[in-house]
Design a protein. Sequence first.
Length: 150
Amino acid sequence: MSWSEWITDDFAAPPVPAADRFRLEPLGPQHNERDHAAWTSSIAHIRATPGFDEWTWPPAEGMPLESNLADLTRHAADFARRAGFTYSVLDGDDVIGCLYIYPTRDDTAARVHSWVRADRAELDKPLYETVSAWLATAWPFTAVRYAPRP
């Protein structure tokens, strides 16, 4: 079964799971400054997070706030057209991480990545566990690629 068979035109992303120390909210331009500050303060930490060894993001040199806004706008458009689902990880209104759910290149599985800021590193495993359970119980995927946390 392919991503396009799972994510149909009438598909609605399931309600986000409840968690004690963070919440998920669809990522969008409204998060720009807080998102930019979160990841630029933690580039080395994010690049060391399981699963990010295969990505070129985040760029080691960072990126301007305007480029980040374009990136967040693209993620929001992907969400609206069901091409991918990206969430800000929040503590109150503070952006402390991000979650990405996109199809694999061959369209056969969900490819999932998440990160948290370096100063919130203790939340990486709880985020992974919460998201993994949510993907297993609320989403239609039969295959998920999400690098485990030690």
